[in-house]
Design a protein around this ligand. Structure first.
Ligand SMILES: [Zn+2]
Length: 483
């Protein structure tokens, strides 16, 4: 998007719920959707005297993400209390990290408008989530609120970028790339609807060519890529309008109203000192030695950016294909399993991107649960290649293979769909068609060659689409030319 003389300046704060079995400072379960307040204990309820014990898995995951984002991993980091009151926060403070977070100074590369752009990551830190308030419709109109503390103290990583993002499109690309990394690392399910991947954005604008940062507003709880794009675009335009009219941007927190497509002021923005951060007295400083970091480094999988590079060079696939295949780790795996059995990358990629993805999306099925396994897809492609069936037939039986999880070989045998590659059988049908089409035959022989399509159509109709198309073309030309 273009904003004339102005440009947007945005930094994103992403909260990612971690896929640990238990909470960050107690043994309570983190399973989503349980009976309200059934996964709680004195620690996550903040009862006096209850002490937190750090979940090691959370540290493992934080290091893992830090390494994937090229951050430095601190050998010593500190937990801090962020003090504020809200009914979903029974302790009256949130345990987070402030001055000495576990990961600092990383980056993430995105491709926007065909160019690589580096977005710096200021920090990644560990913290606990708050509980959840439940009310009828909106908090402003509801006559009551209920609170569910199941989410209280579930582990989060907060990923804070530098203000290197200039457009809403870049923000969405950054979020998608970050989400892919979390999914590849298997530390977060990336589910935006359930709130396991949430984003706040700091937005300001400035005249193009200037470096100074303007006053920023914070947009809270953007919970879908579409909302991110729409709300940031709205907010940038709003700020430009205010400045053009000679007004001042007020530092505040704003909410995006999805139905109206506009942002509203929610409250004046807090400064860090409003939270009176201080080191958490119930937890020791966290020491992470180099051995621990190296252990985690060994568990890092191939990340999306590396996989994209490899798919382009190893399989010689276009960027468009690679982006789709790599966007889902399971899909990339599916592709590579199929390639082992049918080593024609572009053909496999085409079938996955069109036929397979259509079926998977219709049923919202993960590639790893696809009823058509890589072996079955390879079997189908082999049948096309050796001339047993035409591409047309293959596409026709694909949905049935999918529904029944059936072998394509069995399916075409049962249905008698095997391609006719027997010359004499095809010639017989050709001759019948020529015999009953004297007018078209004469015209073709007089030079109207585009009538070939007519003859192909007639023979295909007679053979129910089963004539081997290449052979049919050759034989038709011969017969029509009277050879
Ligand atoms: Zn608990």
């Amino acid at each position: 998007m273009d904003y004339g003389d102005y440009e947007g300046v945005m930094g994103l704060e992403v909260h990612a719920h971690l896929l640990t079995n238990s909470k960050i400072f107690c043994g309570c379960s983190t399973v989503f959707g349980a009976e309200p307040n059934s996964h709680t204990c004195p620690t996550c309820m903040g009862l006096p005297g209850a002490l937190p014990v750090l979940n090691k898995k959370v540290v493992d995951f934080a290091i893992k993400l830090g390494l994937a984002l090229h951050c430095g991993i601190s050998n010593k980091s500190i937990f801090a209390r962020k003090n504020y009151y809200y009914p979903d926060l029974p302790k009256g403070y949130q345990i987070s990290q402030y001055e000495e977070p576990i990961c600092t100074n990383g980056y993430l590369d995105i491709y926007a408008d065909g160019e690589r752009k580096r977005i710096r990551v200021n920090r990644v830190h560990m913290e606990e989530d708050a509980g959840k308030l439940v009310h009828e419709n909106t908090i402003e109109t509801s006559s009551y609120s209920m609170v569910d503390y199941n989410r209280s103290s579930t582990p989060l990583l907060e990923i804070v970028s530098e203000p290197d993002i200039a457009t809403p499109e870049e923000a969405v690309i950054y979020l998608k790339v970050l989400r892919d990394i979390l999914l590849y690392l298997e530390i977060c399910d990336g589910n935006m609807e359930e709130g396991s991947f949430r984003c706040d954005a700091n937005v300001s604008v400035r005249k193009k060519g200037t470096q100074e940062l303007g006053t920023r507003t914070e947009m809270k709880n953007l919970n879908s890529f579409r909302h991110v794009e729409k709300s940031l675009d709205y907010e940038i335009k709003r700020q430009i309008e205010v400045i053009k009219k000679g007004g001042q941007i007020v530092q505040e927190t704003r909410l995006f109203n999805v139905d109206e497509g506009v942002t509203y002021s929610m409250r004046g923005k807090e400064e860090a000192h409003d939270y009176r951060y201080f080191p958490e007295p119930d937890l020791l400083p966290l020491t992470v030695d180099d051995g621990w970091i190296e252990e985690i480094r060994k568990t890092l999988p191939e990340l999306p950016a590396e996989k994209m590079e490899r798919f382009m060079t190893e399989y010689n696939l276009p960027k468009y294909d690679v982006e789709i295949l790599v966007s889902d780790r399971e899909l990339a795996h599916y592709f590579e399993e199929t390639i082992k059995l049918f080593p024609e990358a572009k053909t496999v990629s085409n079938w996955i991107m069109t036929e397979l993805l259509r079926e998977l999306k219709d049923g919202n099925i993960s590639p790893k649960d696809s009823p058509i396994t890589p072996a079955r897809l390879a079997e189908l492609l082999t049948l096309i290649k050796d001339g047993t069936i035409s591409i047309k037939i293959a596409k026709e039986i694909f949905p049935e293979m999918y529904k029944a999880g059936a072998s394509p070989k069995k399916l075409i045998e049962e249905k008698g769909l095997t391609q006719i590659s027997d010359e004499s059988a095809i010639i017989k049908t050709i001759d019948e068609v020529i015999a009953r089409s004297p007018k078209e035959t004469a015209e073709f022989r007089a030079g109207k060659e585009k009538l070939l399509g007519f003859f192909v159509g007639q023979v295909m109709k007679e053979t129910k689409g089963k004539a081997n198309p290449k052979l049919l073309n050759e034989l038709l030309l011969k017969r029509l030319k009277g050879e």
